[in-house]
Ligand binder design. Structure first.
Ligand SMILES: Cc1cc2nc3c(=O)[nH]c(=O)nc-3n(C[C@H](O)[C@H](O)[C@H](O)COP(=O)(O)O)c2cc1C
Length: 289
């Protein structure tokens, strides 16, 4: 998937947290290099129960040029990134966190609006509000994320001042995506109002498909349930059952509100070509080029 995105003109990312240790990540980096000569990056989501030191060391040893950190404060790893000349991008959901990342030496930030998939923050601030505020406040480039699925989304992010975009849900629904076919169909069927936010009570808000199970999770959170009590359906094992086996009644499916604008399963190359050509048309029509 990462190789396909890079081959198609984007920057593909391997997610370190998918692998159990540094050796497994190194093997995946080597496998990706077999498929593309183009640059690709590694995302390291901090704060999960994974061997972070090993992941960073693996990236250095493999001479990865771009690392995108997310989840927690990356301060501990910054010297290692800088000493090795690695471009370091940090994902934030609030401008104040962007400022902190800039202070730490980040080369760019990804700002994620609350409409996005994954963990789009606790503040419920939309991307339309975040981008201009972030570009006015920060000196480093701002990459926008959250419900961007097509060229109109890219064009609007650029018009608001962003320097690029990051997309999740749209790429989940592509031919090369390793997600189960049931996941792809569920996203195609979902509308823009078919997601809810769970895990807010654990200060780790996550946008997921609205299902009887995710609504049950939300109700249990309101009753004060602990993470341990809900782990069976929101933990890592359930995530794999949903993503790899398509068992949508066993766990929750993370996705953004952009699902309302996803109607097909194209190749990654088709997604990127469509986005670029549509953005060019939209920008030209509005005299923005
Ligand atoms: C299924 C799924 C898994 C994700 N996993 C990660 C992750 O491991 N690390 C991370 O930084 N972001 C992760 N994200 C967030 C994306 O990187 C991106 O910021 C987000 O998907 C943008 O919103 P969109 O899905 O509406 O395009 C994930 C998103 C989705 C949908």
């Amino acid at each position: 998937m990462a190789a396909a995105v890079s081959e198609a003109g984007g920057l593909g990312l391997i997610t370190a947290g998918t692998y159990k240790d540094g050796a497994a990540l190194k093997a995946e980096i080597a496998a990706t290099r077999q498929l593309t000569q183009k640059p690709f990056g590694v995302n390291i989501t901090l704060g999960t129960r994974r061997p972070m030191d090993e992941f960073f060391a693996a990236c250095v040893e493999e001479k990865i040029k771009i690392i995108i950190t997310s989840g927690r404060n990356p301060e501990k790893f910054v010297p290692m990134l800088k000493d090795n000349g690695i471009i370091f991008v940090h994902v934030v959901t609030a401008v104040r966190h962007g400022l902190k990342a800039q202070e730490l030496g980040a080369d760019a930030v990804v700002v994620v609006g609350c409409e996005g998939g994954g963990h789009p923050g606790m503040d419920d601030v939309s991307l339309t509000s975040l981008i201009p505020k972030a570009v006015d406040t920060l000196k480093i480039p701002v990459i926008a994320a959250g419900s961007i699925t097509d060229g109109r989304g890219l064009a609007s992010a650029l018009c608001l001042g962003a320097h690029g975009v990051q997309m999740g849900t749209r790429f989940l629904v592509t031919k090369e995506s390793p997600a189960h076919e049931n996941v792809k169909s569920a996203i195609i069927q979902a509308n823009e109002n078919d997601t809810i936010m769970i895990e807010r009570s654990f200060r780790n808000a996550r946008r997921v498909l609205k299902t009887p199970l995710s609504q049950w999770v939300l109700a249990k959170e309101i009753e004060g349930a602990s993470f341990e009590e809900l782990k069976e359906v929101i933990g890592g094992e359930a995530y794999i059952q949903v993503m790899a086996q398509g068992l949508l009644d066993k766990g929750v499916l993370t996705m953004g509100q952009g699902s309302g604008n996803i109607h097909d399963i194209p190749t990654v190359q088709e997604v990127i070509d469509r986005i670029v050509s549509q953005a060019n048309v939209v920008l030209a029509a509005n005299n923005c080029l």
